[in-house]
Design a protein around this ligand. Structure first.
Ligand SMILES: Cc1cc2nc3c(=O)[nH]c(=O)nc-3n(C[C@H](O)[C@H](O)[C@H](O)COP(=O)(O)OP(=O)(O)OC[C@H]3O[C@@H](n4cnc5c(N)ncnc54)[C@H](O)[C@@H]3O)c2cc1C
Length: 465
C-alpha cells in the first residue's frame, strides 16, 4: 500500500488522454503529485506543460506508465519501447488499489453482463443501507469517484484494463463468463482468459472470488488464494440421501430433476401455472411470496425439507415448517435470501400424494391443496405427514391431525379426520371458495387418499376419473 507521500516521490507517464487519462491527471493535480508527464498521439495540446518531449526517453525513466484502457500495445507509436517496459505499465484502477486503505471493493468482469451485474449489486447494496460508488468500464473513471471509509466501490473492469493491471486486489472479485471476444486485441483466447483471471491474482485468503461452476477447475489449477464462492442459486445436485436445489431453480427444472428419484412429485408440478410460468417462476420466488396457496410449500413440508438461508452472517438452515410467519410473511430478514432447498428422498415404503383443487385444471392457483407422505403396514398407518394450502394464513403442516391418525386403521383414521377436520383447520372464505366449501373439499381429498391406498393407486387426479 502506498501513501500519497510515497506517490509524490514516484514519477509517472500518463499514456492516452481520454476520460481515464484526464481523471489520472486531475487526481495527480488534486494530490500535489508533480512528477508526471503525459502523452497522447492525437491530442497534442492537452496538458501541454506536462507533455513528454521524448516519448521513448519518458517511457524509460518513469517509475510507472499509466496506460489508457483500449490502447493496444500493438498499434501505438513507440510500441517497442513500451513493450520493453511492460512491467511498468499499470492502469488507473491499479492506482486506487496501490493506495487502498479505506474502501471495500467489488470488482466485476466477464464477456457479457458486467455492467448489468455491477448496477444490480450497487442497487441491492444501496437498498440495504450501504453507500456505493460505481465506476470503471461502466463509465466513470475510478479516480474521479470520491470514496469514503466503508463505502463499497463497485468497479466494472474490461479485459483491456485487466491485461495491464498489476495491483488490483478486490475484496470481492466476480468473473461472470468468458466467450470469444476481443481476440484481435488479445491475440488469442488463452491471453484473453489470462487477463480475465488477473482479477483474482493478488487476492488474499480473506477475500472472496466468485465464479461459475464451469471455472472451478481452471481456478484451482491457478493456485489462487481467494476464498472461492460458486453461487448455487441455479444449480441442483443429487446426493445419496437428498436433493439440493438452488433458490433460483425454475419450477420446470425442479420438475425435470425429480423424474428419476421422486416421480410422485411430477403430477403436482405439472399443475403449476403453465409451461411459461414454470419456466419463469422459481422455487425461491414461490416460497418467498409466502402465499397460503403457493403449491410448493405443502409438498416440501411433508418431505421434511430444509431451507438454507444466506445472509451477511453466512448460511443458516431452517426446516420449512418454521419458514412461514403469517399471511405472506416469512422469517427472511432484509439482507437474506433462500440459497437452496434440501429435499430428503422419501422412504421407499412411503407413498406421496399431492393434490390441488382449483377452478380450472391448468393455469390456476389452488383453492385448497393437500400433500401427504404416508406409510401403511397391514392397513395400519405407521407414518404420516400432511400439509395443506388454502386453509390458514400460511401453508399449514397438519402435525396434530397426523398424530391422531398414527397407528390407526386406515378407514378409522380417515373417518376420524373427516369428522374432526374443523378442529384442525379453520379456512377462510374468499373469492376462490367459502370456508364451508374448503372444509368439505378437504374431506373429499381424505376420501381420495382412502381410495388410492385401498386400491393401491399412485394417484387419482380428476383427469383420470
Ligand atoms: C399466470 C400465473 C400462474 C401461476 N400459477 C401458479 C401456480 O399454479 N402455483 C403457484 O404456487 N403459483 C403460481 N403462480 C405464482 C408465481 O408464478 C409463483 O409463485 C412463482 O414461483 C414465483 O417465482 P418467481 O421466481 O417469479 O418469484 P418473484 O415474483 O420474482 O419473487 C417473489 C418474491 O420473492 C423474492 N425472492 C425470489 N427469489 C428469492 C430468493 N431466492 N430468496 C429470497 N427472496 C426471493 C422476490 O424478491 C419477490 O419479493 C402463478 C403466477 C401467474 C402470474
Amino acid at each position: 500500500m502506498l501513501s500519497i507521500n510515497k506517490l509524490r516521490k514516484l514519477s509517472f507517464l500518463v499514456y492516452g488522454l481520454g476520460s481515464t487519462g484526464k481523471s489520472v491527471v486531475n487526481f495527480f493535480k488534486r494530490n500535489d503529485i508533480k512528477k508526471f508527464e503525459v502523452w497522447d498521439d492525437k491530442n497534442k495540446d492537452l496538458y501541454k506543460k506536462n507533455r513528454a518531449e521524448n516519448l521513448n526517453k519518458a517511457v524509460e525513466i518513469v517509475d510507472f506508465i499509466i496506460l489508457s484502457p483500449g490502447i493496444s500495445l500493438k498499434n501505438i507509436k513507440g510500441k517497442n519501447n513500451l513493450e520493453k517496459f511492460e512491467e511498468k505499465i499499470i492502469t488507473d484502477i491499479d492506482l486506487i488499489f496501490l493506495m487502498k486503505n479505506f474502501f471495500k471493493s467489488i470488482v466485476v468482469t466477464g464477456t457479457n453482463g458486467k455492467s448489468t451485474t455491477s448496477k444490480i449489486i450497487s442497487h441491492v447494496l444501496q437498498k440495504n443501507g450501504y453507500k456505493t460508488l460505481l465506476g470503471g468500464n461502466i463509465g466513470k473513471p475510478v479516480l474521479s469517484l470520491k470514496s469514503k471509509k466503508n463505502d463499497f466501490l463497485i468497479i466494472e473492469v474490461s479485459s483491456f484494463q485487466l491485461s495491464h493491471s498489476k495491483y488490483i486486489c478486490p475484496d470481492y472479485a466476480i468473473l461472470l463468463n468468458i466467450s470469444n471476444d476481443h481476440l484481435d486485441w488479445h491475440g488469442n483466447k488463452k491471453n484473453y482468459k489470462n487477463s480475465k483471471f488477473k482479477i483474482f491474482k493478488n487476492q488474499k485468503k480473506n477475500q472472496f472470488s466468485l465464479i461459475g461452476n464451469n471455472f472451478k477447475t481452471e481456478f484451482k489449477k491457478r493456485n489462487l488464494k481467494g476464498k472461492l464462492i460458486i453461487p448455487q442459486l441455479k444449480n441442483y445436485k443429487k446426493f445419496k440421501e437428498k436433493m439440493v436445489l438452488g433458490g433460483a431453480v425454475t419450477i420446470e427444472n425442479f420438475l425435470d430433476s425429480v423424474r428419476s428419484k421422486m416421480p410422485e412429485l411430477i403430477e403436482i408440478l405439472q399443475r403449476f401455472g403453465s409451461p411459461q410460468i414454470r419456466n419463469q417462476g422459481t422455487i425461491g420466488g414461490n416460497l418467498c411470496t409466502s402465499s397460503p396457496i403457493g403449491d410448493l410449500a405443502p409438498l416440501l413440508m411433508v418431505l421434511n425439507s430444509d431451507i438454507n438461508v444466506f445472509g451477511k452472517n453466512g448460511i443458516k438452515k431452517t426446516n420449512i415448517k418454521n419458514f412461514f410467519k403469517g399471511y405472506r410473511k416469512n422469517i427472511l430478514k432484509k439482507d437474506e435470501i433462500i440459497l437452496s432447498i434440501e429435499i430428503p428422498y422419501p422412504n421407499k415404503k412411503n407413498k406421496i400424494f399431492s393434490w390441488k383443487l382449483s377452478k380450472r385444471y391448468d393455469q390456476d392457483i389452488s383453492t385448497i391443496s393437500l400433500a401427504i407422505n404416508i406409510q401403511t403396514q397391514k392397513n395400519i398407518i405407521k407414518e404420516i405427514q400432511m400439509a395443506a394450502g388454502g386453509v390458514a394464513a400460511t401453508p399449514k403442516s397438519l402435525d396434530k391431525l397426523c398424530k391422531s391418525m398414527l397407528e390407526k386403521k386406515l378407514d378409522d383414521a380417515i373417518d376420524f379426520a373427516t369428522e374432526n377436520l374443523d378442529k384442525f383447520i379453520q379456512p377462510i372464505s374468499d373469492l376462490r371458495g367459502s370456508s364451508h366449501y374448503r372444509l368439505e373439499a378437504m374431506k373429499g381429498l381424505f376420501r381420495r387418499l382412502q381410495i388410492c391406498l385401498r386400491q393401491d393407486k399412485e394417484s387419482l387426479s380428476i383427469m383420470e376419473v
